[in-house]
Ligand binder design. Sequence first.
Ligand code: AMP
Length: 287
Amino acid sequence: MTAPDRAAPVVARTPEELARIRAGLGRTALVPTMGALHSGHRGLIAAARERAEAVVVSVFVNPLQFGPGEDYERYPRAFDDDLRACAEEGVDVVYAPGVETMYPGEQIVTVDPGPIGDVLEGASRPGHFRGVLTVVAKLFHMVRPDVAVFGQKDAQQLAAIRRMVRDLAFGITVVGVPTVRDHDGLATSSRNVYLSEDERASALALSRALLSGADASVTGPVGILGAAREVLDAAAADTVPVELDYLALVDAHTFAEVPPDHRGEAVLLVAARVGSTRLIDNVPLTL
Ligand code: AMP
């Protein structure tokens, strides 16, 4: 994985610097991130390198996608470590604009995600997907990538971005990369650093519930949801409880909940709070 002889990536801080660098790049893949890079991000970078001559990683903690009372202020920021990780992964350019550069004035014009923006993550975090799509649209205009790479870890985000690219004719190929997990099944996330040892142990119930649901996939939607809920009910009674936000089985494109007789593709999703940390996870299924 490590390539010690790789040059450090070039860092651009403004759209003008980025445009000058971009002019010299061939087919380019963009990996948008909020930094605090981990193995999941490295998986996206590896996928990006397979699909383009040059890889741009953006590092920007986007205030527009955080609601009041969420963790914008305390979100982990580790730029020096991020640069090292990008160098190891052979990234060509790191684009790290400041907040004033991304949002020089009030952001009046934003991207409306449509109905997918109002359910599940969108219902729990009003305005979240509007914030995500708006920053991703701006990054697309600034970087002008041929390919953009996102994780299935944020499955609803990936579906919303695919829809935006189609409906607003961005002409960019969107690639989704399967979720990277730690050896014990926990999906890697920048927010995992918030978890104490006990909380981390409780948090394993999320991936266990998804696995249990997946194992029951021949039984159809009711059986899948029942199997997953059993694990989560037990975890809700733990000493360090898992407080469920939602468990849902949805259509992979619209994110509408599937009917009990559904067959074909679906996504089983879970969101829960462990201590003060909100975690999400999902697994794609074929019923
Ligand atoms: P973030 O920095 O959390 O905004 O994530 C940036 C990108 O990395 C998004 O496309 C995420 O879906 C993706 N990502 C985050 N964690 C993982 C993971 N464990 N596996 C795969 N992709 C991930």
